[in-house]
Write a protein that binds this ligand. Structure first.
Ligand code: NAD
Ligand code: MG
Length: 402
């Protein structure tokens, strides 16, 4: 569904109180003549969602818990707003499928975002995909749902957005292949996170604060830890395979600590196309909103003269075992990436709660994958059952340690 910019476009932001959600609302607020907000959602932060509702007057707001939804509804009514407050996943599905929602920003973190993102695909919406976990868990089913229902899938993850910008138009259609586009490789850049040069023996004792202090990007805690282990890059390799119909061997991770090049495409004639910019998520968000046009995002122009060097390094699988686990999972295929994602989510949560060490995130995930009996799931119910099974296994492993 492509809308001309002369009509206002209705946007629903799933996970509007998070880092991507807030950046999305920032871009939308700069273009009130082109976009209006149809729906917003939050997990626990009632006050923040209330403030966003006051600013954007959405038709819908969704909270995960009934008690929070009641609280929000009461306060919005007092403020004279007509926003309808809904609860939980049924609320998200209703809001996403509403005919007044044209675009859906999928910015809930983790597996919790799968069902609502898939509902947007089923409803044939334009999906601005930040929630990479949807594709990792349910890649085949998700892409098939997008194609079958004529949805538009636009990657917001900065690397995939850069790749999308560097590919010929139409390269992401079901019937097209990288080979037809003359692509040799996708070069997926990674900053390397906060521990790129930390002595290996110190990785055992890094703190939550150190792991969440990303050198280039300000993000939610889960993706910050994923960036520190480089599981984030592993999930992005899997995401790239599904988005661009690439084989894992066609996706090469390139460490680029400056995070100025957001990824590249290497063509058979020797050309390498890249997208550059300041590390600010409002650029890929604005691109997803306006595609195939462009709108301003609030991001300043890149100051190349201030950028003395751009460096590139190969990834070190010994330092970053999570990256290797992700390559192994996508090479195995079937349910392995779902199990990887679930085990990692449980392990990251345990690390953030101080229950396991940083280096044990990889150990938990590896052990879950070792125990996992691979299948080829074709339904969402089956995928969710695999996710649950891997979570139970990860929790058992962690409990046995303490
Ligand atoms: P965040 O933690 O800042 O925000 C997460 C949002 O999801 C919040 O609005 C929260 O209320 C909601 N949420 C959390 N758990 C939920 C649940 N169980 N049910 C319903 N809603 C829930 O995360 P973020 O950094 O904004 O990341 C969001 C997604 O975007 C992730 O999938 C991440 O991998 C991806 N992403 C983020 C960035 C970034 O710069 N932050 C970059 C690329 C991709
Ligand atoms: Mg990314």
């Amino acid at each position: 569904m492509t809308h001309s910019l002369s009509h206002s476009i209705g946007v629903t932001v799933l996970g509007s109180t998070g880092s991507i959600g807030v950046n999305t609302l920032d871009v939308l607020a700069q273009h009130p003549e082109h976009y209006h907000v149809v729906g917003l959602s939050a997990h626990t932060r009632v006050e923040k969602l209330y403030q966003q509702c006051l600013q954007f007057c959405p038709l819908y707001a969704v909270m995960t818990q009934e008690s929070d939804a009641k609280d929000l509804a009461r306060r919005l009514k007092q403020a004279g707003l007509k926003t309808e407050v809904l609860v939980g996943e049924p609320g998200l599905l209703h809001m996403v499928s509403d005919h007044r929602t044209h675009y859906v920003m999928a910015a809930i973190v983790g597996a919790a975002g799968l069902t609502s993102t898939l509902a947007a695909a089923r409803a044939g919406k334009r999906i601005l995909l930040a929630n990479k976990e949807s594709l990792v868990m349910a890649g085949a089913l998700f892409m098939e749902t997008v194609w079958r229902n004529g949805a538009e899938l636009l990657p917001v993850d900065s690397e995939h957005n850069a790749i999308f910008q560097s590919l010929p138009r139409g390269a992401m259609r079901a019937e097209s292949s990288l080979q037809q586009s003359g692509v040799r490789k996708i070069l997926l850049t990674a900053s390397g996170g906060p521990f790129l040069h930390t002595p290996m023996e110190q990785l055992r004792s890094v703190t939550v604060e150190q792991a969440c202090a990303h050198p280039k990007w300000r993000m939610g805690r889960k993706i910050s830890v994923d960036s520190a282990t480089m599981m984030n890059k592993g999930l992005e390799v899997i995401e790239a395979c599904w988005l661009f119909s690439a084989k894992p061997a066609q996706v090469q991770v390139v460490i680029h600590p400056e995070s100025i090049i957001h990824s590249m495409v290497d063509y058979i004639d020797g050309s390498v196309l890249a997208q550059l910019g300041a590390p600010d998520m409002r650029t890929p968000i604005a691109y997803g909103l306006a595609w195939p046009n462009r709108i301003s995002s609030g991001v300043s122009a890149l100051d190349l003269f201030n950028q003395r060097q751009l460096n590139f390094l190969p990834p070190d699988f010994e330092r970053f075992p999570c990256l290797k686990l992700a390559y192994d999972a996508i090479n195995t295929g079937g349910s392995a990436p779902s199990a990887l994602n679930a085990a990692n989510e449980v392990a990251v949560a345990a690390f953030l709660e101080g229950r396991i060490r940083f280096d044990q995130i990889a150990t938990v995930t590896a052990q879950v994958l070792d125990r996992h009996h691979g299948v080829s799931p074709s339904t969402i119910e089956h995928i969710l059952a695999i996710d649950e099974e891997a979570r139970i296994a990860a929790n058992q492993i962690i409990s046995a340690w303490s």
